[in-house]
Design a protein around this ligand. Structure first.
Ligand code: C2O
Ligand code: CU
Ligand code: CU
Length: 505
């Protein structure tokens, strides 16, 4: 049994739907009970009286071999998040969230993690291409008080990645306590210097989490089928955040670090902005848009043009979950939030223009697909099974391209995340993806009953004995085993972790 010492005295409000879902893996139908849930709407009710906290940049040193070394301590804490009272939290090098790590493509990095929690954890690099043994998934457990120092070479385009714990069965708990942070990759691409890039000034992290507080200020839980849903938002751990902008263009790096909620971000004045990046890096060209929908784990970078002296508010409107109206209400599909107020100074420094061409995003070639695999997400299982740490679900040959046909057959929200690679979406419901989803992705929302075909190219790292994960990034689902394992091997090599296991179904 894991220690429960991280857990705060939470108030748990179980809806009828969640009790039924918890009792067995029941899926559709029952959750229409949660249709009674009243929508959350914070429009016009957020004070925006607190300056947006910018997570500090992680310090690093270069060791004798030229490796950039970071040090992170996962630790319990108490944080003043709300005037209701102090909240029991956890963070890295602090009491809530963690510092932003920055490294350049080509650099070797090492992160020295000390687990200062009273329970085991792991540290996963979401979106990172790296050896399976360094991935920080459920196979790299770090005991309370222990250290873990993964090391790898950064070799992927500039991107907004993030890190969070991944201990099987405890991920939702640890992430919702505050264990998460950003990992920004930089490169020398032509757009790097033209885009806003001064951290905290015109290049601003926006880590969005929904929370609910008890009367005394502790985190409370209220669940839908998707997991814990809050009724207020924290941005970078700030309740009611305002950001004072000093430049004409502001780049917002949006991370949906919520465990269950999907957002549809836009501005209260319906202004248009440019989406410049998705999960795995810059898009080929900026996309003018008025909204960007992010399910848990997804990121987007947007660039907003400001008018001197004007205030605009980042909001979240009801996301298009694609589920029936009853199920939508119980799963965040009818909720609206004021997210972040952006106040432009009376005089703004000039910013130049967003480049018309951002990056080369070479298309993965469907004609070279070596194998097509199917993944059916139903209830909280994938292909009818829960994750078994001793079972390999797919053995992938290195240097090949695969097509993964993923379908949510539940009728309720799920998404899909793959470790190790950035994939490309080949089609959604048989049609090419919209431009915002045509770049590098590692997590994708799965509208029910809509096949989503992914193209994935696996390269560089092989390890027949150590799997990577794929899973639903609704963390409660993931914790319940909505996850599978794949190994990447050399041609002809067999996975070696299957020994001594069998399937009994
Ligand atoms: Cu963000 Cu497997 O995780
Ligand atoms: Cu991941
Ligand atoms: Cu799910």
């Amino acid at each position: 049994m894991l220690s429960r010492s991280l857990r705060r005295p939470r108030a748990t409000v179980l809806t009828a739907g969640s009790i039924l879902v918890a009792a067995t893996v029941l899926s559709v139908g029952l959750t229409s009970c949660s249709g009674r849930v009243a929508p959350v709407d914070t429009t016009g009710r957020v004070e925006f009286d607190t300056t947006l906290v910018i997570p500090r940049l992680a310090e690093s040193r270069l060791d004798a071999a030229g490796t950039r070394v970071f040090a992170l301590v996962a630790e319990p804490g108490v944080t003043e998040l709300t005037s209701a009272g102090p909240t029991t939290t956890a963070g890295y090098n602090g009491s809530y969230l963690g510092p932003t790590l920055v490294a350049r493509r080509g650099e070797k990095v090492r992160v020295e993690l000390h687990n200062g929690l009273a329970e085991p954890t792991t540290l996963h690099w979401h979106g990172m291409h790296l050896p399976a043994a360094m991935d920080g998934g459920p196979h790299q457990m770090v005991a309370a008080g222990a250290e873990w120092s993964p090391e790898w070479r950064i070799d992927q385009p500039a991107a907004t990645l993030w890190y969070h714990p991944h201990p099987h069965g405890e991920t939702e708990e640890q992430v919702s306590m505050g264990l998460a942070g950003l990992f920004l990759i930089e490169d020398d691409g032509p757009a790097a210097l033209d885009l806003p890039h001064e951290y905290g000034v015109d290049d601003v992290p926006v880590i969005v989490q929904d929370v609910r507080f008890t009367a005394s200020g502790e985190f409370a839980e209220q669940r839908g089928f998707v997991g814990i849903l809050g009724d207020q938002l924290l941005v970078n751990g700030t309740l009611g955040p305002r950001f004072e902008a000093s430049t004409e263009l502001v780049r917002l790096r949006l991370l949906n670090a919520s465990t269950a909620r999907t957002y549809d971000f836009g501005f209260d004045d319906a202004r248009s902005f440019q989406q410049i990046a998705s999960d795995g890096g810059l898009l080929a060209a900026p996309i003018p848009t008025t909204s960007v929908q992010l399910s848990p784990g997804e990121r987007a970078e947007i660039v907003v043009r400001l008018v001197p002296g004007q205030t605009t508010t980042l909001v979240s409107r009801p996301p298009a979950l694609g589920v029936d109206p009853n199920a939508s209400a119980g799963n965040g599909g009818t909720d609206r939030f004021d997210v972040l107020q952006v106040i432009a100074a009376a005089v703004l420094s000039p910013s130049g223009r967003v480049p018309a061409v951002l990056a080369a995003v070479p298309r993965l070639d469907a004609a070279r697909v070596a194998i097509t695999r199917e993944f059916d997400l139903n209830g909280t299982q994938i292909n009818g099974e829960n994750m078994d740490p001793a079972r390999v679900d797919a053995t992938v040959t290195v240097d090949t391209t695969e097509r993964w046909q993923v379908e949510n057959t539940t009728g309720l929200p799920h998404n899909f995340h793959v470790h190790d690679v950035q994939f490309q979406i080949e089609s959604i419901g048989g049609r090419p993806p919209p431009a915002a989803l045509a770049g590098w992705k590692d997590t994708v929302y799965l509208p029910p009953h809509t096949p989503v075909d992914l193209l994935l190219h696996f390269s560089d790292y092989t390890d027949p004995g150590m799997p990577y994960m794929y899973h639903c990034h609704l963390l409660w689902h993931e914790d319940r085993g909505m996850m599978g394992q794949f190994v990447v091997t050399n041609p002809g090599e067999q996975a070696t972790i299957t020994e001594g296991t069998h399937h009994d179904h």
